[in-house]
Design a protein around this ligand. Structure first.
Ligand code: URA
Length: 214
């Protein structure tokens, strides 16, 4: 057995037909991949159980890992601003991540974000799937490539497909992907405003109730 395989436990098995609160409790003990070792806690999704729109990011960052809440750091603040501009009330949507532990590398005192591997994303997918089954949202929105690939397959390209509304996703009636807010924060300062405007434009394409129904 290759050394890398030793650390991956059996697939995470969320309880069948569980509520979000039940899932959160069980996910807190998840050891399906090695990421829990370097993280403070499992950062589960957050938002009302009757949310019609679910946003899925990549993984919690440093701030989220400490606060045990998704999208509360710089990327979350940018997302909040974009949601307001797009006319979407964050308190009415559910926000979660494809991977629920913060993958990081400690350099001195700083924990730097590391991109999760395909295997880590796959190990965490049962939790995302269980959240979506509990929520039955109308629209799922992937923020960035990791979430988009977890939700729509490894051939999905956010650069090519962003802002397009796809119907009949297995876990929601509509699916849409856009750029991750962190990618905007990483842009050269001269490009950031345009990147932000494009994010807002994509968010405005999220079908509102009774629009674009299949
Ligand atoms: N980036 C993400 O993808 N998710 C978070 O919760 C925070 C930053």
């Amino acid at each position: 057995m290759p050394a890398s395989a030793v650390q991956f436990h059996k697939k995470a098995v969320p309880p069948e037909a569980a509520t979000l609160d039940e899932l959160r409790v069980v996910a807190a003990k998840c050891r399906a991949c090695p990421l829990w070792k370097n993280a403070t806690q499992t950062v589960f999704g957050e938002g009302p159980g009757d949310a019609e729109i679910v946003f899925v990011g990549e993984q919690p960052g440093d701030r989220e890992d400490r606060a045990n809440r998704p999208f509360v750091g710089p990327a979350g603040q940018l997302l909040d601003r974009a949601l307001i501009e797009a006319g979407i009330d964050r308190s009415k949507v559910y926000v979660t991540n494809a991977v629920k532990h913060f993958k990081n590398e400690k350099i001195g005192k700083v924990r730097l974000h590391k991109k999760p591997s395909e295997r880590e994303v796959a190990a965490c997918r049962p939790w995302l799937e269980a959240e979506l089954k509990a929520l039955l949202p109308r629209v799922v929105v992937a923020l960035g490539a990791t979430a988009a690939r977890s939700l729509a397959g490894k051939d999905f390209r956010v650069t090519r497909e962003r802002g397009k509304v796809f119907t009949r996703h297995p876990w929601a009636r509509q699916f849409l992907a856009t750029i991750h807010p962190s990618a905007i924060l990483r842009m050269p300062s001269g490009d950031r405003e345009a990147g932000y405007r494009d994010l807002v434009a994509d968010l405005k394409k999220i079908p509102r109730q009774n629009h674009h129904e299949p």
